[in-house]
Ligand binder design. Structure first.
Ligand code: ZN
Length: 103
């Protein structure tokens, strides 16, 4: 317990469920990305604090989503430039720690 403060079990579980991808921009999380847990339905709108209502986003995607949530402006995905060829990361467990490496 508490051996791995960088990644909480909640984050690890969401990461697995999302197959290592951000639900906002559909890009794989990279090693140095900052991940944030987002409530799909905001708690202020009755969203529950359960996995079904949680998603992992890049910090910048979270910012974009939050901005879009409050202002129904134009849609702008992050990394909307040409997609780079995807390097697919692999996820695996060492003891109770989720580790990522690139194949
Ligand atoms: Zn993203």
């Amino acid at each position: 317990m508490g051996k791995n403060p960088e990644m909480s079990p909640r984050v690890a579980k969401l990461l697995k469920a999302q197959k290592g991808k951000c639900t906002h921009c559909k890009m794989y999380f990279r090693e140095n990305d900052v991940l944030e847990v987002d409530h799909i339905i905001p708690k202020s709108k009755g969203g529950r604090n359960e996995y079904k209502n949680l998603q992992l986003l890049h910090r910048h995607c979270h910012d974009t989503k939050t901005a879009n949530d409050s202002s129904l402006g134009t849609k702008s995905g992050c990394n909307s430039a040409k997609p780079k060829p995807l390097i697919k990361p692999e996820w695996y467990w060492i003891d109770d720690m989720l580790v990522m490496r690139y194949a």
